[in-house]
Write a protein that binds this ligand. Structure first.
Ligand code: ADP
Ligand code: MG
Length: 321
């Protein structure tokens, strides 16, 4: 739309903050600056595409540091590529801002490009519009032909695994609102780490995989429904971080791990015959992976604690301490 541009004219803004000399990447034939980007995939590769939008007041609190927003809009998308087992290639960024402020843009771009460099992904285009504060990113990645890991491959008897420490991010979000508390937890919300390397390695082992964005319980439900299965799960096995236990107490920590969102960890299933391979693969990882249950034929999710049925009160953690 030509009529409603941010104060800083669009060409200058793009030139100054986004049209960075990016590492030359095989496959990017034309990047930022023309009507569209042109890219090429090596033979034998499938193209994997994901889009996620994040908006102030909806997906992150207003007043979140712009560096964290720049990181986040890319991180949540890279997390989707990770969950497919894909290797990142390039990204497109549609940025919407009520006004163009240099300090904000500088910080946003710093957060975005720091992660882009780390993930080896190149920004090849986008759009810049005046509107509510938010960023919509599309990422593309590659997997070898037929190698993408779907949500639908879990089978009864497969183990159910999760990476990292679910619950940390939602605790961090609550602590940020309060303006105090564990820095580790607050960083976990502000700077989610897409599990790209792990996702790519797990692609050869897992029968189904997804990333946890809406909370472990809800996302497990999606994974099991997509696979036409259900799950038996053990609350006692949830990998609660010691920071989360210290901040919330074990009961609220469990609730947060089950129904808090924004974890961006990998949730995946592994057939029994590949468990030894998984153990060998993950033995030296800094990132823990934890088995929390088993896929079953019957639909639904059954959580137990000390072999008794466990009912969790969704979202009660919102009132924690
Ligand atoms: P058009 O009007 O043809 O869409 P634009 O002026 O919107 O052209 O964009 C010019 C170039 O800058 C295009 O290559 C576009 O992909 C890129 N671009 C626009 N906004 C962004 C952004 N926020 N980040 C990266 N590239 C952008
Ligand atoms: Mg445009």
């Amino acid at each position: 739309m030509a009529a409603r541009r941010p104060a800083l004219d669009e060409a200058t803004l793009i030139e100054r903050y986004f049209a960075r000399p990016s590492p030359a990447r095989r496959g990017v034939i034309l990047g930022i600056g023309d009507d569209a980007a042109v890219t090429r995939l090596p033979p034998g590769q499938d193209l994997v595409t994901a889009t996620d939008a994040i908006f102030a007041g909806v997906h992150y609190p207003r007043g979140t540091p712009p560096r964290a927003i720049g990181h986040r809009c890319l991180a949540v998308n890279l997390s989707d590529l990770a969950a497919m087992g894909a290797t990142p290639l390039w990204a497109s960024l549609a940025l919407s801002l009520p006004r163009a402020r240099a300090a904000w843009l500088r910080e946003f771009a710093a957060g975005f490009f720091a992660l882009a460099r780390a993930a080896n992904i190149v920004l090849i285009g986008g759009d810049t519009v005046r509107g509510p504060e938010g960023a919509t990113v599309t990422v593309q990645g590659q997997v070898s032909r037929g190698g993408g890991v779907t949500r639908s491959g879990a089978r009864p008897g497969d183990g159910i695994w999760v990476s990292g420490h679910p619950g940390d991010a939602v605790a961090g979000r609550l602590l940020l609102a309060r303006g105090s508390g564990s820095r580790v937890l607050r960083q976990r919300f502000l700077y989610p780490v897409p599990r790209l390397r792990e996702g790519a390695l797990l692609a050869g082992i897992s029968s189904a995989m997804m990333d946890v964005s809406d909370g472990l319980h809800d996302d497990l439900g999606k994974l099991m429904r997509a696979s036409s299965c259900g799950a038996d799960l053990d609350v006692g096995r949830l990998p609660l971080s010691h920071q989360l236990r210290a901040a919330a107490g074990v009961e609220a920590a469990r609730e947060m791990a089950l129904s808090g969102g924004d974890d961006y960890e990998l949730l995946f299933t592994v057939p029994p015959r590949r468990e030894a391979k998984l153990a060998r693969l993950t033995r030296r990882w800094a990132l823990p992976v934890t088995r929390i249950g088993t896929v079953r034929r019957r639909a639904g999710l059954s959580w137990t604690l000390d072999a008794r049925p466990f009912r969790f009160r969704d979202k009660t953690f919102r009132h924690f301490a």
